[in-house]
Design a protein around this ligand. Structure first.
Ligand SMILES: [Zn+2]
Length: 108
C-alpha cells in the first residue's frame, strides 16, 4: 500500500497512513495482461509460449500438457491451429528489447 500524502509505502495491508492519517491507495497496477502469441518463446507459432506468459508458468510445462492433450484427447493439434489463428501478436511497442537490429554495413 502507498500513501498519496507523504509517499510512505507499507508492506502490510493498512487502511490509513500511520504518519499522516491519509487513506491508503493501492500502488499503480500493472496493465492487464493480454493473451498473445509469444515472440520470444516459440517453437512453432508461439501459442504455448503465449499461454505460459499469460499464466506466468514455464512454457515447457504448457507444451508438455499440450502434447499430452494432443496425443490422448486428439484436439491439441486443432486447438493449437485455432489459437494460432485467433491469438494476436504482441504489439511492436510492447516487444521486449532483446533483438537488437544490427545496422547494415553498406560497401561502396
Ligand atoms: Zn502518509
Amino acid at each position: 500500500m502507498y500513501c498519496p500524502q507523504c509517499g510512505r509505502e507499507y508492506s502490510e495491508r493498512v487502511n490509513f497512513c500511520c504518519n499522516c492519517g491519509a487513506p491508503m491507495v493501492a500502488p499503480p497496477a500493472k496493465p492487464p495482461r493480454k493473451l498473445t502469441l509469444s515472440r520470444t518463446d516459440k517453437k512453432i507459432g508461439g501459442v504455448c509460449g503465449g499461454f505460459a506468459e499469460y499464466f506466468e508458468v514455464d512454457a515447457t510445462l504448457v507444451r508438455l500438457i499440450w502434447v499430452i492433450m494432443a496425443l490422448f484427447a486428439g484436439w491439441g493439434v486443432i486447438g493449437y491451429l485455432v489459437c494460432w489463428l485467433v491469438m494476436p501478436h504482441v504489439p511492436e511497442a510492447q516487444e521486449p528489447a532483446q533483438a537488437v537490429v544490427q545496422p547494415q554495413t553498406q560497401s561502396h
